[in-house]
Design a protein around this ligand. Structure first.
Ligand code: PMT
Length: 409
């Protein structure tokens, strides 16, 4: 599970030849969605440029205890960090940290933080095996500091032995593990969730299509909410909106592509939520070249698209919870109840897309959730994220009831 997403990580880099590998550590953490704040020692900049970290990290690299923008950068960094990782950590930095000496921004940040700390030593074998370094490492381990590596292999100057920095991927994985160990359990932990979002586009010719006004906001809000509650999420989407870090994203355009991607993802899923606005009809024979105005108005013959939700309802594995949406302009409850029945869903989230602040493209929504056991939940006008929260609360309550039932059997 990716726990780096959204976490504030101080990346301390001290002066050793392995400092160049810290660039890759920075990139891996940023790619995983972490907010990375680099802190370089003077020695680090002998080996790797500050501009590299400025460009790659989430904030400019810091080096000094005395910063014009922030009068006390070490406490700001230390107090706001979810984790501090030092890679590479030299014998000097390890010794200062063990002794509580805060003579530069990195060591001051280490002393000023209560966040978990991951130290990744890298130095020559003679230094690594020196009793003073070994004692300092033992002191840090005794205080709960996580030590990653070093490994054996090639060292600077053509030497071989223990002291090589752990591979960047191992360091990023170690930071993730440390965050995982401190994480509070969440109510969608371990659940696999598929969400569809956006409106499909059914081509008429290479430049024109039949589409709809879905922005993908409601579907993406569901994916964001599910990820934040610990689920493994696959989002099948037609829009370019940012997906939550850690989610698997499948980009599609047409109903047929969405049907294929959703069927594949839904096979092993615990929960499937069809928030996408799927076109009901598509041109039978899209033409391969742009239709010319001079040829007059074309006759576009339509055929039904695959009904993705109905197909999922018909082949629903035991225990899976299937949530559909209904975009209506009149008779909200009656139309939604018919969709609930016809499509074999466990829930239909019905929105009147003509209501003020509800439906397509806006930031808010107002829905009725009809469940297959006859309950109707009203979720008044609120943000799409809050609607997502309320819908997933119902799903989670169902899962809890299912589990309790299984345990009683
Ligand atoms: O994306 P936003 O701008 O945030 O807007 C949100 C929304 C209005 C798109 C969303 O809240 C919503 O209502 N989504 C469903 C839109 C829709 O296609 O409704 P429908 O009543 O036509 O379809 C009913 C259900 O069947 C839906 O779950 C739909 O995904 C599914 N369907 C429809 C047609 C089809 N061929 N296959 C399907 O699976």
């Amino acid at each position: 599970m990716n726990l780096l997403a959204g976490k504030r990580i101080v990346l301390g880099v001290s002066g050793g030849i392995a400092a160049y590998k810290a660039v890759e550590v920075c990139r891996l953490l940023v790619d995983a969605g972490a907010h990375v704040m680099p802190v370089l020692t003077g020695g680090a900049t002998r080996f790797v440029g500050r501009a590299t970290f400025d460009a790659l990290a989430s904030e400019r690299a810091r080096m000094s205890l005395f910063d014009e923008e922030d009068p006390i950068p070490h406490t700001t960094l230390g107090q706001t960090a979810d984790c501090v990782v030092v890679a590479p950590a030299t014998a000097r930095v390890i010794g200062s940290y063990a002794a509580g000496i805060s003579s530069d921004l990195l060591t001051a940040t280490l002393v000023a933080t209560r966040a978990p700390v991951v130290v990744c030593p890298a130095m020559h074998t003679e230094m690594w095996e020196h009793p003073a370094v070994a004692a300092n490492i033992a002191t840090l381990v005794g205080r709960g500091v996580h030590i990653v590596g070093p490994e054996s292999g090639h060292l600077a100057g053509g030497d071989e032995g223990a002291g090589r920095l752990s591979p960047p991927a191992n360091i990023a994985a170690a930071v993730n593990r440390v965050l995982e160990a401190r994480r509070q359990p969440s109510d969608m932990d371990g659940l696999s969730v598929v969400v569809t979002a956006g409106g499909t586009r059914e081509p008429i010719d290479p430049v024109r299509y039949i589409g709809n006004r879905s922005s993908g906001k409601q579907g993406h809000a569901l994916a964001d909410e599910a990820v934040s509650r610990g689920a493994q999420v696959t989002i099948v989407t037609t829009v370019d909106r940012p997906a939550p870090p850690g989610a698997a994203v499948v980009r599609v355009d047409t109903a047929a592509q969405m049907a294929e991607a959703t069927a594949a993802a839904a096979a092993g899923a615990d929960v499937v939520v069809m928030a996408a606005a799927v076109a009901d009809f598509r041109p039978v024979a899209p033409v391969g070249v742009k239709l010319k105005k001079r040829d007059g108005a074309p006759a576009v013959h339509l055929e039904p698209t695959p009904d993705i939700l109905a197909a999922l309802g018909a082949s629903k594995p035991p225990g899976q919870i299937l949530v559909g949406f209904a975009a209506e302009t009149c008779d909200l409850v009656r139309n939604a109840a018919a969709k609930l029945r016809d499509k074999g869903a466990d829930y239909i989230v019905a929105n009147d897309v003509t209501a003020q602040g509800a439906g397509f493209a806006c930031e808010t929504n107002e829905v009725l959730v009809l469940s297959s056991d006859g309950r109707v939940h009203s979720i008044g006008l609120r943000s799409k994220r809050q609607v997502a929260q309320a819908v997933l609360d119902l799903v989670v309550a169902d899962r809890v009831a299912q589990t309790a039932q299984q345990e009683n059997q």
